[in-house]
Design a protein around this ligand. Structure first.
Ligand code: PEP
Length: 251
């Protein structure tokens, strides 16, 4: 048992439309009352922030972004400032998702600057870390995720550590249907919490560490029962209301 309230965050990635979102949001809202015992967030594509903000108003579901610029404003074509997230009441923003790291060459240092930019504005960064299959097979999992998390810790004040959310997302488990076993995930979550404790031991106990990577209703209960797994970051299953609600119910 711990003090951490679980968080289930959906990551819609580059999916959706006005019509599809309306249907999905209606179904999730209708089902939430029965299951909401944890914090719930939806990280939507930015063009749909206005729609999601309006639909989620008055609900217990928070809105989040999927990325944020490291810069405050200016000549950064295509990027999204944290002030823009705040205009639509985004409470969370994903930073360092493995798809951003892989397809947009985001470095540990850039991810750290994004996390800091979000935090300074009062938006909670969900800092994603995770190893590739090759890195796991080479026995480098703890080294890799430790390096990714350390880059963020390097730019934070000790007092800011409690304000972040970490998501452990093994790259080989994302969208593949392969899930880390509960024990594999727990081992990494424990190592990440130890890393957080090196910076601020009191805060480390409070930080929520989510698991992400093919989490679905069939495996959520077991994963969420592990002592250091404090919620989930949900990709594919977040696009089906029934699956997302079942995961929320498991948390
Ligand atoms: C993700 O990309 O954050 C994720 C966990 O995706 P999926 O649930 O589809 O594996």
């Amino acid at each position: 048992p711990n003090m951490r309230r679980k968080l289930v965050a959906g990551n819609w990635k580059m999916n959706g439309s006005l019509a599809a979102n309306a249907a999905l949001l209606a179904e999730i809202k209708a089902g939430m009352a029965a299951v909401a015992v944890c914090d719930v967030a939806l990280c939507a594509p930015a063009p749909y922030f206005a729609q999601c903000q309006a639909e989620l108003a008055g609900s217990a579901i928070a809105l989040g972004g999927q990325d944020v610029s490291a810069h405050a404003a200016g000549a950064y074509t295509g990027e999204i400032a944290v002030s823009m997230l705040q205009d639509f009441a985004c409470r969370y923003v994903i930073v360092g998702h493995s798809e951003r790291r892989a397809y947009h060459a985001e470095t540990d240092e850039l991810v750290a600057q994004k996390a800091l930019r979000a935090l300074q504005a009062g938006v909670t960064p969900i800092v994603c870390v995770g190893e590739t299959l090759g890195e796991r097979e080479a026995g480098q999992t703890d080294t890799v995720v430790g390096r990714q998390l350390q880059a963020v810790l390097n730019v934070l004040e000790a007092g800011q550590v409690s304000e972040i959310v970490v998501a452990y997302e093994p790259v080989w488990a994302i969208g593949t249907g392969k899930t880390a076993t509960p024990q594999m995930a727990q081992d990494v979550h424990m190592a990440l919490r130890a890393k957080l404790a090196e910076k601020n031991s009191a805060a480390a106990v409070e930080v929520r560490i989510l698991y992400g990577g093919s989490m679905k209703p069939e495996n959520a209960v077991e994963l969420l029962a592990m002592p250091d797994i404090d919620g989930g970051l949900i990709g594919g299953a977040a696009l089906k209301a029934a699956d997302f609600l079942a995961i929320v119910a498991a948390a």
